[in-house]
Design a protein around this ligand. Structure first.
Ligand code: ACO
Length: 371
């Protein structure tokens, strides 16, 4: 049973949402490369939730529905203001705020499919509002209300910065959202499915998933990649830094993957975006340092970059604060969590595996006074 540590290689459910087969990632059969090059994030969300691409009319209606649902109850925003904001990580703030959203949604515990779909729209639309509001509040600025006429990607950057993004930034951010939207039974998605398989509510499933994404072995890696790049500081320092870290058995953030052993198909898109964006910002050093680290880790350890590695320099180039990187992952991945939650409800069975017991056998009870 010890081979099952970390459930490696275990097929724990069936799903139509996305697949990783022979290192190829698809969302409901559509190759991630095609989606990254062509799809809007809204189209991808529609695909994940409906198992088909929308036509123009359906997409327009869906984008409008999302835009109309983006307002977060004032009480939830007020609560954000009451957090010890200079100490709280935005992922912790997001986790708590999403849990709070349930308290202000009268249909939080309604289990009908239509009610769950309405909650999915609200969560998808409101996560960006929460993340951007928190970022602004802690800078002493007022949250910016979304503009319904902007795309999902543009709106996020607009609410974050208070200025509409240029076309290149909007396209790059849209692509990053598309690439992060779903990923089969990753840790946070599994968490969401386990939670709702008890017939708990959608908000609980998403709150649990945010908790799982937060960890450095999952979504939390992208922020730590940027911390490492900052620490290395210059491409000439990369070799010594990485070799020493590997010699000390320190894990290099943004490398390795439980499922992909021949490379993460999302990484090449982010690498190219990093190249382009750092050239535009005049900070190619981040890209060059990343490429150098990539070469060294690959040569020394045979490990390839995952989705988190080049996304760090991409988000940095878009002017995003480093601790907002993982919340952005959540803003995208909530689409996948919700697709899996809806799929779980549609054909539910409690998820309850077993554990191999390794503790002592047949212990004799000792009364308290004799211990
Ligand atoms: N740096 C250095 N060594 C590594 C790394 C790494 N990033 N990743 C794996 N290894 C080594 C391990 O030390 C281990 O070596 P050993 O056999 O000599 O002890 C071997 O490779 C196998 O590693 P595991 O940790 O057992 O692999 P696992 O499948 O459990 O973990 C994981 C996968 C968590 C992604 C791991 O590669 C890792 O910690 N990477 C760094 C964190 C990271 O980038 N996380 C983001 C993943 S993608 C995502 O969630 C979006």
């Amino acid at each position: 049973m010890s081979q099952t540590k970390g459930l490696e290689g275990i097929v724990a459910t069936q799903s139509q949402v996305s697949s990783i087969i022979d290192g190829v990632l698809t969302y409901h059969g559509y190759n991630i490369d095609d989606l990254a090059d062509n799809a809007s994030f809204e189209e991808v969300v529609y695909l994940l939730w409906n198992n088909r691409l929308p036509n123009k009319e359906e997409l327009d209606a869906f984008a409008k529905e999302l835009a109309q649902a983006s307002k977060v109850p004032d009480a939830v925003l007020d609560q954000l203001k009451s957090f010890p904001i200079d100490k709280v990580h935005p992922m912790a703030a997001l986790r708590t705020a999403v849990s709070n959203l349930a308290l202000f949604d009268e249909e939080a515990d309604e289990m009908e499919e239509e009610a769950n779909r309405r909650k999915a729209v609200k969560l998808q639309a409101q996560l960006p509002t929460i993340v951007t509001a928190f970022s602004r509040i802690r800078q002493g600025k007022e949250p910016v209300a979304p503009k319904p006429e902007l795309s999902f990607a543009a709106n996020f950057l607009y609410m974050l910065n208070g200025e509409e993004p240029d076309e290149i930034s909007e396209k790059a951010f849209n692509k990053a959202l598309v690439l992060h939207a779903d990923h089969e039974l990753n840790a946070s998605t599994f968490t969401a499915r386990v939670c709702v398989a008890t017939l708990s509510d959608v908000y609980s499933g998403v709150t649990a998933a945010i908790g799982a994404l937060k960890g450095p072995l999952h979504g939390g890696a992208n922020e730590r990649v940027m911390a490492m790049l900052n620490e290395i500081g210059d491409v000439d320092n990369a070799e010594a830094y990485i070799k020493e870290a590997l010699a000390n058995k320190v894990k290099i953030m943004g490398f390795g993957h439980r499922v992909y052993k021949n490379g993460d198909p999302r990484a090449k898109h982010l690498r190219e975006m990093s190249r382009q964006l750092t050239e535009i910002t005049g900070e190619s050093n981040w890209y060059e340092m990343s490429v150098k680290i990539d070469e060294i880790v690959t040569n020394e350890k045979g490990l390839l970059p995952n989705v988190d590695f080049y996304s760090a320099s991409v988000y940095h180039s878009l002017g995003i604060e480093h601790d907002i990187f993982t919340p952005i992952f959540a803003v995208s991945r909530v689409s996948g969590w919700l697709a899996h939650i809806l799929e779980q409800y549609a054909d539910n069975r409690l998820i309850r595996p077993r554990a191999e017991y390794t503790g002592p056998d047949k212990q004799e009870w000792i009364p308290l006074e004799k211990r």
